[in-house]
Design a protein around this ligand. Structure first.
Ligand code: APR
Length: 226
C-alpha cells in the first residue's frame, strides 16, 4: 500500500499545505475549506479550487508518481491511497487510486457527497447545477466533513504487507490514523525530506529524501527483489 500527501506533488510545482510558504499560510482554512465557508462565501471557495485546478492541469507527474505507477505494474496488488486532489498519480499511469479528500477533475452535488460529475478544464462556474437540481460544489472533503472513502482505505491498510508513506505531515485526521490500521510489524517506509513525528522502529524506517529520489530508489530496490 502506498499512501501519499501533498509532498509527492511538491516537485511537480504544486504547493504543500503546511510549513513555511504552505497554502495554509496564504489562505485561511475557515475562508475556503469548511462547509461554513461554502455557505458564507461560495465564490471564494470556487475561486480557490479553480486556482488549484489550473495549477494541477499545468503540472506534470514527477519521478515519484511514475515510480509508484511502476511499482503497481510490477506488483499488481499495490493499492494507492492519496490525500491529494490532483490527478498526477493517474496521469503517471496508476490505477484505482483512492482519493480520500476528493478530486479536482470532478464536481459534486451539494446534497450528496458521492454524486459527482466530471469537470473538463480548470473553471467551475458558481451557480451551475447537478442533475439532481442542487448547486454544484468542488468535489473536496472540507474540514469537519466525513471522509467517505476512509473505511475503504482502512480495509486496504489492514491487509498491507508493505506500507509506503510519501510526503504527508500526518496532521489531518482521520487520514493520518490509517497507520494504526496497518498490521503490526508490517515493513513501513516514510519518505519525507523533513523530520517525521512517527516513532521509528525496526519495522518503520524514515527515508529522509525528496519523493523523486526516495521513492525512485525504494521502487527500484523492490523491483530488483522480484
Ligand atoms: N518529497 C516528499 N515530501 C515532501 C517534499 C518532497 N519533495 N516536500 C515537502 N514534503 C513533505 C513535507 O515535509 C510535509 O511533511 O510533505 C509533507 C506535506 O505536508 P502537508 O502540507 O501537511 O500536506 P498533507 O499531509 O498532504 O496534508 C493533508 O491537509 O489541508 C489538508 O486536505 C489537505 O489533503 C490535505 C491534508
Amino acid at each position: 500500500m502506498v499512501f501519499t500527501g501533498a509532498g509527492v506533488s511538491a516537485e511537480s510545482g504544486l504547493g504543500t499545505f503546511r510549513g513555511s510558504d504552505g497554502l495554509w499560510d496564504k489562505y485561511r482554512i475557515e475562508d475556503v475549506c469548511t462547509h461554513e465557508a461554502w455557505l458564507n462565501n461560495p465564490q471564494l471557495c470556487v475561486d480557490f479550487y479553480n486556482i488549484r485546478r489550473k495549477e494541477a492541469l499545468a503540472a506534470q507527474p514527477n519521478e515519484a508518481h511514475k515510480a509508484i505507477a511502476e511499482l503497481q505494474q510490477a506488483f499488481p496488488n499495490t493499492q494507492i491511497i492519496t490525500q491529494n486532489i490532483d490527478d498526477l498519480h493517474e496521469r503517471a499511469g496508476a490505477q484505482n487510486v483512492v482519493h480520500l479528500h476528493g478530486e479536482l477533475t470532478k464536481l459534486r452535488s451539494e446534497n450528496d457527497d458521492l454524486a459527482t460529475v466530471p469537470l473538463k478544464g480548470w473553471e467551475q462556474h458558481y451557480g451551475d447545477r447537478h442533475p439532481d437540481g442542487s448547486l454544484l460544489r468542488p468535489y473536496v472533503v472540507f474540514f469537519g466533513e466525513a471522509v467517505p472513502y476512509f473505511s475503504v482505505a482502512c480495509e486496504i491498510a489492514a491487509k498491507a504487507e508493505l506500507f509506503i508513506v510519501v510526503g504527508t505531515s500526518l496532521n489531518v485526521y482521520p487520514a493520518a490514523s490509517l497507520l494504526q490500521y496497518v498490521p503490526k510489524n508490517t515493513p513501513t517506509y516514510l519518505i519525507d525530506p523533513a523530520e517525521v513525528s512517527i516513532h521509528l522502529t525496526d519495522h518503520i524506517k524514515h527515508i529522509q529524501e525528496p519523493a523523486t529520489k526516495g521513492v525512485r530508489e525504494l521502487v527500484d530496490a523492490l523491483k530488483k527483489s522480484l
